[in-house]
Design a protein around this ligand. Structure first.
Ligand code: T3D
Length: 258
């Protein structure tokens, strides 16, 4: 059985974590396949948006605690992070296409932080989130200490990491981690609808937004204003901008080709 399922629905690449019997816990095979999946998508112009979700009742239960980690011997987690987690987070953030993470169930530890590495998180009403690292004597990785304070503020990020509590999906929305919730029965359909809508948006706009939002975390206001100017200058030269304005003037829906 493939640890990661790859499907294409129109211009949407659907990537599904597929170890449902382990709540899609991240073993090395799955992590390698996930890295490959995101690397491949970068080179496929026909793919305009990515939908990442989980098979079964979980989104992702974090690192696979049965693979090596439970042997009782000390192991070099830094090497795992260098080989799999950090390249994956960099690939997701660096991808010039939007990634929507559809959290269909528990998102724990690195599984939660994987979702944070995407651009938009939606969740099924029954989904839960936990920075479970503390429970096994670790600390958040896969970008958790970077993303969380920026998303929810330093105080909440520290509490989430240090207490490792499980929060429900409503709480995650209230904290600003999740964009929208959907009832479980319609979740998969709604997720694909949003991804399809994203795939129809002007590709260069989305790529420029990702670039700008990524850069904002480390930029001064001055640097960010200059970056926005440069990116907008480029967007002003695109056919999609011309189409968007023409469509507005002609009172018709725009058709973006990118
Ligand atoms: O590699 C590195 O560099 C280290 C990095 C670590 C980053 C991390 O992600 S640390 C956090 C690791 N994750 C966890 O600590 C979560 C462990 N899992 C749980 O606490 C619970 O399973 C859940 C709260 C997620 C869900 O509970 P529940 O009751 O809904 O389900 P369950 O019965 O516990 O799990 C179902 C099955 O999935 C079960 O298998 P079984 O007994 O039916 O054969 C369980 O063992 C398995 N499973 C769940 N999580 C993991 C897992 N198997 C391997 N690894 C897991 N993380």
């Amino acid at each position: 059985m493939n640890d990661v399922l790859i499907d294409t629905a129109g211009a949407v690449r659907v990537i599904t974590l597929n170890r449902p019997e382990r709540l899609n816990a991240l073993n090395t095979d799955l992590l390698a396949a996930l890295n490959d999946a995101f690397a491949a998508v970068a080179d496929e112009p026909a793919v305009r948006a990515v939908l990442l979700t989980g098979a079964g009742r979980g989104f992702c239960a974090g690192a696979d605690l049965m693979q090596g980690l439970g042997s009782g011997e000390t192991i070099d987690l830094g090497a795992m992070i260098d080989e799999f987690y950090n390249p994956l987070v960099r690939r997701m953030r660096g991808l010039d296409k939007p990634i929507i993470c559809a959290v269909n169930g528990i998102a724990a530890g690195a599984g939660m932080n994987l979702a944070l590495a995407g651009d938009i998180i939606i969740a099924a009403r029954s989904a839960t989130f936990t920075q479970a690292f503390i429970r096994i004597g670790l600390m958040p990785d896969a970008g958790g200490t970077y993303f969380l304070p920026r998303l929810v503020g330093d105080a909440r990020a520290r509490a989430m990491a240090m207490l490792g509590e499980t929060m429900n999906a409503e709480h995650a929305v209230a904290l600003g981690l999740v964009w929208k919730l959907f009832d479980d029965e319609v979740f998969a359909t709604e997720a694909l609808t949003i991804a399809t809508n994203l795939a129809a948006q002007p590709r260069h706009s989305l790529a420029a937004m990702k670039h700008a939002f990524n850069a904002a975390a480390g930029n001064t206001l001055d640097a960010q204003l200059d970056l926005e100017r440069d990116l907008q200058r480029n967007l002003g030269q695109t056919a999609d901008f011309a189409e968007g304005v023409q469509a507005f003037l002609q009172k018709r829906p725009a058709v973006f080709k990118g």
